[in-house]
Design a binder for this molecule. Sequence first.
Ligand code: MN
Length: 230
Amino acid sequence: MSTPFTPPAPVYLPVAHTPTLFPVHRVYCIGGNYLAHAKEMGSKTNHQQPFFFMKPADALQPSGEVPYPSATHNLHHEVEMVVALKQGGHDIPCEQALDCIYAYAVGLDLTRRDLQAAAKQGGLPWDAAKGFDHSAPLSKLHRMEDIGHPDARTLSLTVNGEPRQQGRTDTMIHNVASIIHELSLLWLLQPGDVIFTGTPAGVGALQVGDQFHAELEDIAVLEGRILPSI
Ligand code: MN
């Protein structure tokens, strides 16, 4: 086989306490999954019907080092619990959904909030607001076989040591099993899929030089910072 150029490198995520690397297939995200955040965004829907968007796999940034993106003056943080799948399928029942999970992590769903606001206003897609390069800094993956399935945990973010976001994962509108079930009605989920499960209230802007510390209580930590634009 010949290719006209070198194929893009596959995306791998580090797995805590092992030399294993997790090969990424896709990155799915749920919107509006914590009521307090949906309200702060001015949402008027009840969010009983979940909605999803995607980021490219190579938007994942395990180093936590994020260059300030182009084309925005309002880069926002959204701290989220993240799950990584070892198995997929179509029409996965909620009762079997947790069996698909390989690991848990904490990450940021970085957002060009100004572009998202313009997209919402114009009824346009969110891709440029959500799926930009380096838009998904993520901690190491923590295997379910090591930690079990976490019940209610605190999800938190500090920026330069100041608290910005905090929430409890048991206050999600759609829990992890339900998210996997709903995604599997829309796509064939596959091993290697990564899912951002939504952000609690307190989203806000990040500036060049900011240091952030994201934590999923007793499970995962992500340390990162915003670098000058490339
Ligand atoms: Mn989000």
